[in-house]
Design a protein around this ligand. Structure first.
Ligand code: FCB
Length: 466
């Protein structure tokens, strides 16, 4: 760690976090591992998508990324130095089950086996995410998530990982941000596999949730000890820009498609009536079979919340139209007059508190862990590779403060994971956006903790010591 960095002091609501609060850092397989063709791994939809001209900034891909596959022990040592108690990582499906069906690939699984052992030997709890967007390409070729069979393939794959690691891993997240997989992957086409088909996106969403339910049920039934199961969601904090009926309807639609369509199904075994009515207006139905919603609402023990920013919605476009070119009501994300990150995302910590309080009201009795929060800024490194990332540090101060505030007001929040451990492949943005609290020099693969990492480490230490 850089010895001379002055880091901001600890004050405000953060001080109210208990010494037992869980602290972690998060990553995902495709974003850091590299080694895409080693030890039997086959291409995922992201390997394919990266080769589509114009799909990813600078035509980049994650063939090497942070080379974590080869540098894993050093990276675990880095995590240990940060003083966190938990590491959230994802397993690459095409590494452990290269064809998306059929037998386990022992060489691929061995990597996660070693990772888990290394973490435990370093006193760090491993938290597994089973799916962080890297569907085996062969399954996409067979129809991908819009096809029901993919849910069953996911449950089989999950059991494979579970059988290999559940003697040592006690917290299991099925999916990371199914909204992104369904919407960005199959509706807007901004993410792999890059399809643009609204109905396919809704089918994908349902089959992702079905896969979650099937996997959760099977893992829980097979658990030989007390384990925790959950899912990590990105949930829009959607507010109307004004109090008009039109703007309120736009915010309701945004909330319906990003929060309630997931959480009403997961918690209450139903899709919201207003969302189903909106879908009917588009002549789209969700392909629900008997018993699906019961499967989807299999009990979970923890809700992972990934939060980056809150939004304001308007029911009119810039020209004042209330209907879009597709004949559907306008749902416009209105620019906000607040500071923004390098991603162009508004910085809205108060909306985080608001979302967490809303979740604990509408979906009570479900402990929450913040599985991702963080920010990209245009970092400048000094000659030693050190980044004085005041913007990122301030973002973390404000957002952890927002979490603490929600806790003080009654939300049951058990932990916070910074996104991300280190700079990595940021999907469609390639390497242009850096979210790490540790800098990665992609020429040398040197890792250097930034000021935000030092602040994070000191904050954790001080809270634990209180
Ligand atoms: C989340 C993703 C994560 C990362 C951050 C910035 O939506 O889960 O992989 O890209 O955004």
């Amino acid at each position: 760690m850089h010895p001379t960095a002055a880091v901001p002091g600890l004050s405000g609501p953060i001080l109210s976090l208990p010494p037992t609060f869980r602290w972690g850092v998060a990553t995902s397989a495709y974003q850091i591992e590299g080694a895409v063709a080693e030890d039997g791994r086959t291409p995922s939809i992201w390997d394919t998508f990266c080769r589509v001209p114009g799909a990813v900034a600078d035509g980049d891909h994650a063939d090497v990324a942070c080379d974590h596959y080869h540098r894993m022990p050093q990276d675990v040592a880095l995590i240990k130095d940060l003083g966190v108690d938990t590491y959230r990582f994802s397993v690459a499906w095409p590494r452990v089950q290269p064809h998306g069906r059929g037998p386990v690939n022992p060489r691929g699984m061995a990597f996660y086996d070693r990772l888990v052992d290394e973490l435990l030997a370093s006193g760090i709890d491993p938290w597994v995410t089973l799916y962080h967007w890297d569907l085996p390409q062969e399954l996409e070729d067979a129809g991908g998530w819009p096809v029901r069979d993919t849910a069953y393939r996911f449950a089989d794959y999950s059991m494979m990982v579970f059988d290999a690691l559940s003697d040592r891993v006690d917290t299991w997240f099925t999916l990371n941000e199914p909204w992104c997989s369904a919407w960005l992957g199959y509706v807007s086409g901004d993410h792999a596999p890059g399809r643009k088909d609204f109905a396919a996106g809704m089918a994908a969403k349902h089959h992702l949730l079905l896969g979650h339910g099937l996997a959760t049920r099977r893992m829980r039934a097979a658990a030989a000890r007390d384990l925790q199961f959950g899912i990590a969601l990105n949930l829009a904090a959607a507010r109307p820009v004004t109090d008009t009926d039109l703007d309120r309807a736009a915010a309701r639609r945004a909330d319906g498609f990003s929060v309630r369509i997931y959480l009403d199904a997961l918690r209450y075994g139903r899709y919201p009536d207003d969302v189903l009515a909106d879908l009917a207006d588009r002549d789209v139905t969700i392909p629900v079979h008997d018993g699906d919603l019961e499967t989807i609402s299999a009990p979970i023990d923890v809700l992972g919340v990934n939060f980056y920013f809150g939004q304001l919605f308007s029911g009119t476009d810039e020209a004042g139209n209330t209907t879009g070119p597709d004949g559907m009501p306008v749902v416009r994300d209105v620019p906000q007059d607040v500071p923004h990150t390098a991603m162009g995302w508004p910085i809205t910590p108060d909306r985080f508190t608001e979302l967490l309080l809303r979740l604990s009201q509408d979906y009570p009795d479900l402990p929450i862990v913040i599985t991702e929060n963080g920010a990209a800024f245009d970092d400048t490194a000094d000659s030693a590779g050190f980044v004085r990332d005041e913007g990122r540090t301030e973002y973390l101060v404000d957002h952890i403060g927002a979490v603490a505030l929600a806790r003080q007001q009654g939300a049951d929040i058990r932990g916070f994971f910074a996104w991300s451990l280190m700079d990595n492949f940021e999907w469609g943005y390639g390497y242009t956006q850096r979210f790490g609290i540790v800098r990665v020099d992609y020429d040398t693969q040197a890792r250097t903790p930034k000021m935000s990492a030092l602040w994070f480490r000191d904050t954790i230490r001080r809270i634990r010591e209180r």
